[in-house]
Ligand binder design. Structure first.
Ligand code: HXC
Length: 259
């Protein structure tokens, strides 16, 4: 960790999908830098496992609630409770996502709808629920959504996720304008393949694409979870105070290799 250990002391964060994958690294980083972190995730067993691990390995206490970002009432309740428990809410990280590889010709309506609802509608639901708290954030509220560069270029065989993430990016641009007057900064991070995550396992490794994808990354390796967590810190901290409506790409240069 390369940041001062208390830079988020007195600040509170909620990370959706923070019990696994990229979200897990974001929670550990924010908690390690002094934030009161709450996680909302669907599966209680993942929440219990992650919170016990954070406590044992890093000395971090996290609060958690089970919840599905597709359920606006449930998400509002979870965010209300976490904000009350953690003394408000300064930083919302919209990380929860669903995805799978499926040619669009074969994609069912329900498959399409499911990913749009988790990724795009879920981000909307969380932003709406967090708004009353973010308005009162002392240093200016922060919304950071986890997207993908696939949203900028098209994502063949994951068109559902590409479209949903493109929607998220556009939502962040709109909220940067609409909620800027409340001091809320709205940005998104577009990760490349991050090793050890379920997404990379199912979308790349299980498809037999690991070697091809690795070769396509100019820096030659998959990213670490902490590469994304570091970007969150940059946007959520003092360093991000004049950044809003922006994309931070963390992909080893892969987006420009269209060969
Ligand atoms: C085709 C599929 C499918 C698949 C699900 N569906 N998986 N269709 N191929 N592999 C269809 C189902 O058949 C169903 O449609 C519909 O989607 C809903 O499926 P359910 O299983 O009922 O939905 P649910 O339980 O809500 O599961 C949601 C999910 C799931 C998206 C399908 O995969 C999920 O939540 N995964 C965990 C989260 C995750 O993977 N996060 C990491 C994202 S990584 P029918 O018509 O049959 O009813 C990421 C970036 C990766 O986004 C970057 C890599 C570079």
């Amino acid at each position: 960790m390369n940041f001062a250990p208390d830079i988020f002391a007195g600040r509170s964060a909620v990370v959706t999908g923070g019990a696994t994958g990229i979200g897990w690294y974001i929670v550990r980083m924010l908690g390690g830098l002094g934030a009161n972190v709450g996680i909302v995730s669907r599966k209680e067993e993942n929440l219990v496992r992650a919170s016990e691990q954070f406590k044992a390995e890093d000395g971090i206490d996290v609060a958690w609630r089970t919840g599905d970002v597709r359920d606006p009432d449930g998400i509002k309740k979870a965010i209300d409770e976490l904000a009350n428990e953690n003394g408000g809410l300064d930083i919302l990280v919209c990380n929860a996502a669903g995805n799978f590889i499926c040619p669009t010709e074969e994609l069912s309506w329900n498959g399409w709808r499911t990913v749009i609802e988790i990724d795009l509608n879920g981000t909307f639901n969380c932003c709406q629920a967090a708004l009353p708290y973010l308005k009162n954030a002392g240093d200016g509220g922060r919304i950071i959504s986890i997207s993908t560069t696939g949203a900028n270029f098209g994502w063949p065989t994951a068109a559902h996720a590409g479209a949903a993430k493109a929607g998220i990016q556009n939502l962040m641009k709109s909220l940067a304008v609409e909620w800027g007057g409340y001091g809320i900064r709205c940005n998104w991070i577009s990760p490349g393949p991050i090793k050890g995550t379920e997404g990379v396992d199912r979308l790349i490794i299980q498809q037999g694409m690991a070697e091809k994808v690795t070769k396509s990354i100019p820096l030659g390796v998959f990213g670490d979870g902490d590469d994304i967590a570091n970007a969150v810190v940059f946007l959520a901290g003092e360093t991000g105070k004049y950044i809003s409506g922006a994309e931070l790409v963390v992909d080893g240069g892969a987006q420009w290799n269209r060969r």
